[in-house]
Design a protein around this ligand. Sequence first.
Ligand SMILES: Cc1cc2nc3c(=O)[nH]c(=O)nc-3n(C[C@H](O)[C@H](O)[C@H](O)COP(=O)(O)OP(=O)(O)OC[C@H]3O[C@@H](n4cnc5c(N)ncnc54)[C@H](O)[C@@H]3O)c2cc1C
Length: 574
Amino acid sequence: MAPKRPASSTSSPSSAKKPRASTSSGSKNARGDLGDKATAAELSEGQAPILPELLDVMKEKQVDPKGDVIVYSMRMKDLRLRDSRGLSQASALAQETKKHLVVLFVIAPGDYKAHDRSARRIDFVLLDQRKEVPQRIIKWCSTIRASHLFGNIEHEVDELRRDIATVKEGANANIDVSFVHDLCVVPPGTIRTQQGKPYSVFSPWARNWTATVKQNQSKYLDESPEPAANDESIYKHDTCADLFKTGEIPDYVEGFKLDEEDAKRMQTMWPESEKTAHEVLDRFVAYKTREHGFEFEPMAKGSEQASGPGAKDSRLGQYAENRNRPDIDGTSRLSPYIAAGVISARACIRMTLPFNKGKLDAERGSNIGMWVQEISWRDFYQDVLVAWPRICMNQFFLRRYEAVKWEHDEELFTAWKEGRTGYPLVDAGMRQVKQQGYMHNRVRMNVASFLAKHLMMDWRHGERWFMQNLIDGDFAANNGGWGWSSSCGTDPQPYFRIFNPTSQSEKADPTGDYIRFFVPELKSLKGKELYDPHGKLSDGRFRALKYPAPIVEHTKARARALARFKEPGSAADA
Ligand SMILES: Cc1cc2nc3c(=O)[nH]c(=O)nc-3n(C[C@H](O)[C@H](O)[C@H](O)COP(=O)(O)OP(=O)(O)OC[C@H]3O[C@@H](n4cnc5c(N)ncnc54)[C@H](O)[C@@H]3O)c2cc1C
């Protein structure tokens, strides 16, 4: 899951008895393998973190800015006006110095391509354009006579390098460039072990994160003031006035146009705007769970008000019980809004404070605490990305599994992508992502595990497919989720725990509504027949469904995965 663990799986055989030290030197366990521990070499390998370099360049820059405009650079991850640290600082300075505030949004198709990892080999032309971004931004800032440029920090390697270059370019042009922490509740790099090292295991990290936020709740959770409006004189300002005449927003970015039907479906399913994001949050907090939640867009009518916000009969009040059930709307469905920064993670956590006398509850024992902890997973994966930038470069976190013998069969991969594997839960999930750009967390874990362990396909193919199809695609969360499910990432599911897609469907979708909705071929089936149609139906009845037979047999696939993961790089071919 990425990391949402059902109560029963929090203590895996290896984690229950002994703590999983993050500094293991690579000693073998009773099975004769390294289990899920990262070795000292895996923890120390790779490039040094780049974020400190950005922070240093900002500290060392020398500028005496003369311009009379402040620019705020809004990124793909912070599309909002409320509660943005960078925008707030930019606005405060504009008010204090009586300058105008202008928001800049750069459309950079090259960046988007690189992000969804569909273009590992970006052609030289695109690369050149990407490299030019800092110069072009600063040139534009000079044209409008900016004194300062603000933005929120993004943690991917290319983005950090871009921002380092922008600070330097800015200094050359006498523009003061500042990027500030905003994306996470606690800035990456803050939560460190007593030895000052990053954590690669979630539980101790989460304890430290909770204590850190509790110690200084106001610093981490308070809302940033909203930006103030410019005064009327901006319409007459010699460099800013023209901005109001030319501001046409394109309908789509070249190379990323959705077909009409898909665009319409996405707009209905996930209405945009900050107001909507806050309403989705309110509904999660103050409304009851609907049955068949998967077929409703988050804002659809049909849910009843709970007895009060955060009450026991609200979705939030039942989160711990319902969060692993894709057949009901037990989770918030806020991920598209959080991933695009339409609402801040801080705001989501802040909303829970009144239900715990104004204090943070991040304990797994309560519904609210469990939800807050899920949000903290997002911080964890950003922290991991900052500490080990190599994961951004297409590398495994657990390097030893790069040597696993992976298969690549285009036909099987296509069956997985199209939801034709013959395993109903996997197929329902893959069809959900095609239709809705979203998939329930438990199902994400299952389809990811199926690709990596049942099909033995390099998980990075699935990671890329997710980024190309998810509306909430976020590099760190997605990479973390794939790392967990494939057993190749930070704090992963131990490789020897392999989901059985049939028993998983029974647990995750006890009503069968989720499968029947997304796999209509099976809509007449109930009980065991629904979860295992090939195994439980007669040949004739199965053929009549026109549903595929399983593309791999579970027991054999499981044995093959165990053999290959146990001795990565060996000729094991069970
Ligand atoms: C293979 C795989 C890929 C994933 N890819 C993404 C992705 O690209 N983008 C993404 O936002 N999440 C991803 N997740 C995490 C998780 O599945 C989604 O965040 C969740 O399903 C969103 O639904 P929700 O908003 O109803 O979640 P809720 O349960 O209501 O959680 C609230 C918020 O907490 C955050 N969150 C919850 N769980 C996680 C997690 N495990 N890791 C990081 N953040 C989390 C999300 O922002 C989410 O919106 C992935 C998980 C897996 C297993």
